[in-house]
Design a protein. Structure first.
Length: 281
């Protein structure tokens, strides 16, 4: 009688792996499972894991800003509630798009590097809102708001952001740096408006409020200068900084320029109100 013996392969795949029946020698080959493939792919892209941590840190900072400014809005101390609404809208909008990036979205591969397009969607709204907040400080005790000047400021700022976006999308080196130069020129125009006509409006107010404007304008100008510097030194430009390093620098810069700047602006106005020096029309 012929006996058939079922031969079992002594090899057992580790947890999280799947068997592949096409393995050689009668033993199933082992295919990485979904978790292992994700870990392998992440490991092949240096800095991806750290970048995600920094994005989550940013989301947490924006959430903290929303909570803080909401609490301040409940006790405005003489500062118009409209200014608190602007301060709340900035981290709320920005944090939403960074949450998308932290979850793996809001990015695409363009011209050999990762383009975080969600950042530009964030900036095209939050940067004009920061200028609105600065304008409200510049006209605190004045009978009217300079909305026409605000429109010119916002328009120049949008040119800055779109120039960066189109430069990121362009593979041609000459075109990329041309668009970058256009963005830098537009940023210089923003500075000229902040320190020219808008500053003139601010100095029509009492000295204490004009001083708050000067501090806020100085901080915002210094912080915004970092964006074109990090852009040109990062993967979009000469590549001196890695994608992970650029992401970290932009996260820190954006936290300070959005939540940190609003804390300075509103905090100084609230302090003036406590001393009875805040006059609002």
């Amino acid at each position: 009688m012929r006996f058939l013996t079922r031969i079992r392969c002594p090899y057992r795949p580790p947890p999280g792996h799947a068997r592949d029946p096409t393995g050689p020698g009668g033993c199933p080959a082992v295919r990485p499972g979904r978790q292992q493939r994700r870990a392998r792919d992440a490991g092949s892209r240096p800095g991806v894991g750290m970048t995600e941590w920094w994005l989550w840190m940013y989301v947490a900072a924006m959430a903290g800003g929303v909570v803080l400014f909401s609490r301040w809005r409940a006790d405005p101390r003489g500062v118009p509630r409209s200014e608190y609404r602007v301060a709340i809208a900035i981290p709320l909008w920005s944090g939403s798009w960074y949450l998308l990036m932290a979850l793996g979205g809001g990015r695409t591969e363009v011209a050999g590097h990762t383009l975080y397009w969600a950042r530009y969607v964030d900036w095209v709204v939050t940067a004009p809102l920061l200028l609105v907040a600065l304008m409200l400080t510049a006209t605190h005790s004045l009978p009217g708001r300079c909305w026409r000047l605000m429109g010119v400021l916002a328009g120049a700022n949008v040119v800055v952001i779109l120039s960066g976006l189109f430069a990121d999308l362009t593979a041609d080196g000459a075109a990329r740096y041309t668009l970058y130069a256009i963005g830098v020129l537009a940023l210089l125009a923003v500075y000229a408006l902040i320190w020219g006509p808008l500053r003139a409006h601010a100095h029509r107010q009492p000295e204490e409020i004009a001083g708050v404007y000067t501090e806020a304008a100085l901080l915002l100008s210094a912080l915004w200068a970092g964006y074109p510097v990090f852009w040109i030194l990062g993967p979009s430009g000469v590549g001196l900084f890695s994608s992970a390093t650029t992401s970290l620098l932009l996260v820190v810069l954006s936290i300070v320029s959005k939540v940190g700047w609003s804390i300075l602006d509103l905090g100084r106005l609230r302090a003036l109100s406590n001393r009875g020096h805040l006059t609002v029309v």
